[in-house]
Design a protein around this ligand. Structure first.
Ligand SMILES: [Zn+2]
Length: 168
């Protein structure tokens, strides 16, 4: 039986530790030390390559947004000389949108990094969180919303509506 997005309760490792190590060499800000979030980091704890910050992304976002998103962030951080001070504090989905929190950005780089974050928050709502296809439907709960394509929305046990109607 294939695992659908709905079955996937927590983000999980999508690559081997070797692949993650290579990814973190390219994008050092994706490395984690096995802590749940920034607040539980311990100084000097070795990096845990079974997991990266990319695993926090919904599967559709990981597939469609991740490669370009990390390359753009790296370019911005290198341009401002803060590739080694930047750290993610949290990456999560909220109200159907990609939320990213970070620290270690000098004041002069704030605008560029925040613009990068906002761009991908907007883009995240146009991509099916489950498969990465263009999002066409919104699945709603009282306190929760996700954007999905027709096919993935049909697999969910919750009611959905076309996105166009949302905006009207
Ligand atoms: Zn889909």
């Amino acid at each position: 039986m294939s695992v659908t997005y709905y079955d996937r309760k927590v983000p999980g490792p999508s690559r081997t530790p070797e692949e993650n190590e290579a990814l973190c060499r390219e994008y050092p800000f994706l490395a984690r030390d096995g802590s749940v979030d920034y607040w539980t980091y311990e100084d000097g704890k070795p990096i845990d390559y079974t997991y990266t910050w990319e695993d926090q992304l919904e599967p559709g976002w990981q597939k469609v947004l991740a490669p370009q998103m990390w390359a753009e962030l790296k370019e911005i951080l290198e341009r401002h000389g803060c590739l080694n001070t930047f750290r993610f504090m949290s990456i999560k989905e909220k109200w159907g949108e990609l939320n990213m929190f970070y620290m270690g950005v000098p004041q002069e780089a704030d605008d560029d990094v925040d613009a990068w974050r906002d761009k991908y928050a907007d883009l995240s709502k146009t991509v099916c969180v489950a498969c990465g296809a263009p999002a066409t439907r919104a699945v709603k709960w009282p306190n929760w919303i996700n954007y999905l394509c027709d096919e993935c929305a049909a697999e969910w046990p919750f009611k959905s509506e076309p996105i166009e109607e949302q905006k009207a």
